[in-house]
Design a protein around this ligand. Structure first.
Ligand code: PGA
Length: 245
């Protein structure tokens, strides 16, 4: 397993772009990327915009992922969406365990692992996020945190052909403080020693740092937040990934 044949660049839109904006954005992105080869691309819109993205991207080689998925198929879980519902809507995969879900909405190592397992069992791809807080890095705890977070996923899932991890140091998310290529490589190599699946880097990836990050031997692509909201910036990052393969 280990590496991807082609790198993956996924755009995590977070709580941006409703259905109307999604349709025009996806049409523009598909047109901009139609000749691009050698990179897999995904967009991750908010739930209400997923079907718009799916329809706007018919015929384009751009997958649509959700930003989360529940661990049961149906039930009294107000505000949640299940993997089967996502598949029914034409969605190919889901992010699970993003640090914003962990920090702001109570996801734990255990619920993240359950979300990942069920997404994979239902037939979705899963991008499971891990990463340390700034204080944890400064306290020399980065490897302990990654061992705990990856270990919880590995214990439930093991390696799986549709599982991707994303290393997203929390101090680099939305801050403009990207991990250095060396820091990213070191963390990715450590994660790969725990679970040998493709690993994306996330945290302030921009067109001008994407090539160097994705050139690292254990970096298999990028999970892009802010820069994925603009067609030109996101397309430029996808191009940088493709020159890596
Ligand atoms: P950012 O977000 O690129 O805006 O730092 C990355 C993420 O949270 O996935």
């Amino acid at each position: 397993m280990g590496r991807r044949a082609t790198p993956l660049v996924a755009g995590n839109w977070k709580m941006f772009k409703g259905p109307s904006e999604t349709a025009s954005f996806c049409a523009a992105l598909a047109a901009r990327l139609h000749a691009l080869d050698g990179v897999a691309v995904a967009v991750c819109p908010p739930y209400v915009s997923l079907t718009k993205a799916v329809h706007a991207l018919v015929g384009a080689r751009i997958a649509v992922f959700a930003q989360n998925a529940h661990w049961q198929e149906t039930g009294a879980f107000t505000g949640e969406v299940s993997p089967g519902m996502l598949l029914d809507a034409g969605v190919a995969g889901a992010i699970v365990g993003h640090s914003e879900r962990r920090r702001l909405f109570g996801d734990t190592d255990e619920t993240v692992a359950r979300r990942a397992v069920h997404a994979l069992e239902a037939g979705l791809e899963a991008i499971a996020c891990v990463g340390e807080l700034e204080a944890e890095r400064e306290g020399g705890l980065t490897e302990d945190v990654l061992r705990r977070q990856v270990g919880a996923i590995a214990a439930e899932v093991g390696s799986h052909e549709r599982l991707t991890l994303a290393y997203e140091p929390v101090w680099a998310i939305g801050t403009g403080r990207t991990a250095t290529p060396g820091q990213a490589q070191e963390a990715h190599a450590f994660i790969r020693s725990l679970l040998d699946v493709p690993i994306l880097y996330g945290g302030s990836v921009k067109p001008d740092n994407a090539a160097e990050l994705m050139a690292q031997p254990d970096v298999d692509g990028a999970l892009v937040g802010g820069a994925s909201l603009d067609v030109e910036s996101f397309a430029a990052i996808c191009e940088r990934a493709c020159s890596r393969s």
